[in-house]
Design a protein around this ligand. Sequence first.
Ligand SMILES: [Zn+2]
Length: 228
Amino acid sequence: MHRTIRRLMVAVAHGDDETLGAGGTLARLADEGVRIGLCVLTDDDGSRSAPGSGHGVTSRRSAVEQAAKILGIERVSVHSFGDNRLDTVSQLELNRVFEREFREFGPDTVLTTSLSDLNYDHRLVSRCVRVAARPGKGTVREIRCFEVRSATDVGEASGLPVFSPQIWQPLEPVHLERKLEALRAYGDEVQEWPSPRSERGTRALAEYRGSQVSVPLAEAFELVRAVL
Ligand SMILES: [Zn+2]
């Protein structure tokens, strides 16, 4: 049985998670007429910005907006929780942020980070999304998790559950190119090969995920819950 996605929300801790994890899928679905919203919890680049300069906040926000535009995301909300300091915020508060976002945008499907990621913020967001979109609460009928290179890679080698996709979204080359263009909006976050976050690393993952299901390019997702 097949359920059509009409409104999709991406819920992440950091601007760039959405692009690394699902940029090609977002570009493809936006082209197909799916309405897409993005909710980012943090608005700075944490360790890399000078304290008090404000520079990191401005550049990170504008990078998120630029990447969203490239991918066809129509609604962007960036919150001001600190990067890698989400452990100082109560889970209840974050649950409420997502509940409010889901109420306002009315997504039928939510994409988020995986419980397999070594990054604590990613796992926290994944848990909060499950709570905020629990059955009987709001419009969400399906939750999927994507992989974020380096966070998911290192998680597998650190005793966390292995990222185990059940859904593959085939991509055309144009969708992968839009993903790479959106990634470039994040400047320093794109690293040189052989970093997993290099352009070549991103292409290599799309080819690997594609070849798992005999298509040239794909992104892969874990299914958390689907109500048909
Ligand atoms: Zn992240």
